[in-house]
Design a protein around this ligand. Structure first.
Ligand SMILES: [Zn+2]
Length: 227
């Protein structure tokens, strides 16, 4: 059997599973797919890591049509990333989502590589954004036991990227218009499948700095070793 045949068989099983999934959805909820044809009205924009272990819809029990999703390595929202900004603009301006959540996850490979200066490839350049976060909080990170640093940087990165969402012109303008949209920072635990709220919840430009400071203080208190 050639490698090509093996991979064709692997892919054939995906199509079979897809047929079973679609049939199951239609059986549980007749007309489910046709009802999604005309419009999508998700309440949530999820900005998460590309990691295969963090499937956005699944881990919060949401169906197709419920959540608009943007994922990249280490859930980065760079100020000039036209891809992320386009997604945020469509979600906020056109879909009128009520919540934008930036969701990191424990043991993130991208964050680990950024923390340790590991050379992986082209992605190293992308992870410079996470290294900027690391460098901003370097004294704190170095004060932690080594085994806590990755997950602390995961949380710091979520705070910084969620703040970047707040500082985007798209979200600033929405708040100026009086549109109701909240920005949140969450972390998903790979070890237990649970989400943790980092208590960064922002509803206006005036909230950004105080919410960031409160969440940062809470984060530091949580991670500092008990003396
Ligand atoms: Zn990750």
């Amino acid at each position: 059997m050639s490698d090509d045949t093996a991979s064709d068989n692997d892919l054939a099983s995906l199509f079979e599973k897809n047929v079973r999934w679609a049939e199951g959805m239609e059986k549980r909820s007749p007309g489910f797919f046709t009802s999604l044809l005309t419009q999508q009205t998700p309440q949530y924009l999820w900005i998460g890591c590309a990691d295969s272990r963090v499937p956005a819809n699944e881990l919060v029990g949401l169906l197709p049509g419920d959540v608009f999703v943007h994922r990249n390595v280490a859930n980065v929202v760079a100020h000039s990333d036209l891809n992320a900004l386009s997604v945020i603009q469509f979600a906020v301006d056109a879909l009128k989502v009520r919540h934008v959540m930036v969701v990191g996850h424990s043991k993130c490979g991208g964050v680990t590589a950024a923390l340790n200066n590991t050379r992986v490839g082209v992605v190293d350049n992308w992870l410079r954004h996470v290294q900027d976060v690391r460098n901003l909080h370097l004294d704190f990170l170095m004060s932690l036991p080594e085994e806590r640093r990755v997950d602390a940087l995961v949380e710091l990165n979520v705070l910084e990227q969620a703040r970047n969402v707040c500082l985007s012109t798209v979200v600033e303008d929405a708040w100026v218009r009086g549109q109701t949209v909240s920005v949140h920072g969450w972390v998903y635990g790979l070890h237990n499948g649970l989400l943790k709220d980092l208590s960064f919840t922002v509803n206006s430009t005036d909230d950004v700095a105080p919410a960031y400071q409160r969440a940062l203080l809470a984060l530091k208190l949580r991670h500092l070793p008990v003396v």
